[in-house]
Design a protein around this ligand. Structure first.
Ligand SMILES: Nc1ncnc2c1ncn2[C@@H]1O[C@H](COP(=O)(O)OP(=O)(O)O)[C@@H](O)[C@H]1O
Ligand SMILES: [Mg+2]
Length: 259
């Protein structure tokens, strides 16, 4: 699914939480939304996925507003995944599937669960009680739950926070693969270790786009040799200058002005 945001603005009282955001995201892309805490990442995720109202601008899904696309499913994995941890993994997913797809037969559901467990790498955990899973495996259960309805776009809010580096990398790799299979996958994160897996990065500063482009373009734009050096730049009081620099950059023209 292609998702475009035009002049997207979200206000809280008189202050803008998101200010004039332009984005163009394509099927099969793995998108990272990064930025300091409070910069508007979660707000952007909920607005783009149709879970939050905005004050100005528009979001289009394959060229249409969401209201024009009844039945369209967009998956959303929240930061705190509210799972019933006393259930076995397979049982949890089958409850979820039966609720979402009451028309399906027992065999259809069971086939769907096996397929979904395989696609998130949990085929050997079907009979394991969720609370006995690792943090990374539990995140995979949340992702599996969202995949049941075959969404064309999947949004994840900080799915790797709190995971150790190995699990973080494996969840990142899983999401990159889910995108390669043809879905649009959009994730917020503040962990920079696997950043080169993203096709596109967006950096937010105080609700404004400080950058959107490939990881290599990001290093050139911020003039750094290591992604870890970008955050200190964004933490400076004058960081909002990047938003202005970005809007007049060749990279912005490349992605949004057709040249
Ligand atoms: N409902 C709301 N009302 C007022 N302010 C909000 C609301 N939701 C978020 N904010 C503020 O908007 C800013 C962005 O929040 P958020 O999107 O959660 O940032 P992030 O996910 O990058 O940490 C923060 O300053 C936050 O305090
Ligand atoms: Mg957040």
């Amino acid at each position: 699914m292609k998702i475009e945001a035009k002049e997207l603005t979200v206000l809280a009282g008189r202050t803008s939480i998101l200010d004039d955001i332009q984005l163009s995201l394509n099927p099969g892309e793995f998108i990272g939304i990064l930025g300091p805490s409070g910069s508007g990442k979660s707000t952007l995720l909920t607005a783009l996925s149709g879970r939050r109202k905005y004050n100005k601008g528009e979001v289009l899904y394959d060229g249409e507003p969401l209201e024009g696309r009844p039945g369209e499913t967009i998956g959303f994995v929240p930061q705190d995944d509210n799972l019933h941890t006393a259930l076995k993994t397979g049982r949890l997913l089958s409850y979820s599937a039966r609720l979402q797809m009451p028309g399906k037969t027992k065999q259809q559901i069971s086939k769907l669960i096996d397929l979904t467990l395989r696609s998130v790498g949990l085929e050997d955990r079907k009979k394991t009680v969720v609370k006995k899973l690792s943090g990374g495996q539990r995140k995979r259960v949340s992702i599996a739950q969202e995949l049941l309805l075959s969404p064309k776009a999947l949004f994840l809010d900080e799915p790797t926070s709190g995971l150790d580096p190995e699990l973080e990398k494996s969840v990142m790799k899983l999401c990159a693969r889910l995108a390669k299979e043809g879905r649009l996958v959009v994730m917020t994160t503040h962990i920079l270790d696997s950043i080169s897996l993203f096709d596109r990065l967006m950096f937010l500063v105080a609700g404004k786009t400080a950058f959107f482009g490939t990881p290599d373009e990001a290093m050139a734009f911020f003039k750094v040799e290591d992604f870890h050096h970008i955050y200190p730049l964004l933490a400076r009081p004058e960081a909002s200058r990047y938003a202005e620099k970005y809007k007049t950059s060749l990279i912005y023209r490349k992605y949004f002005k057709g040249g």
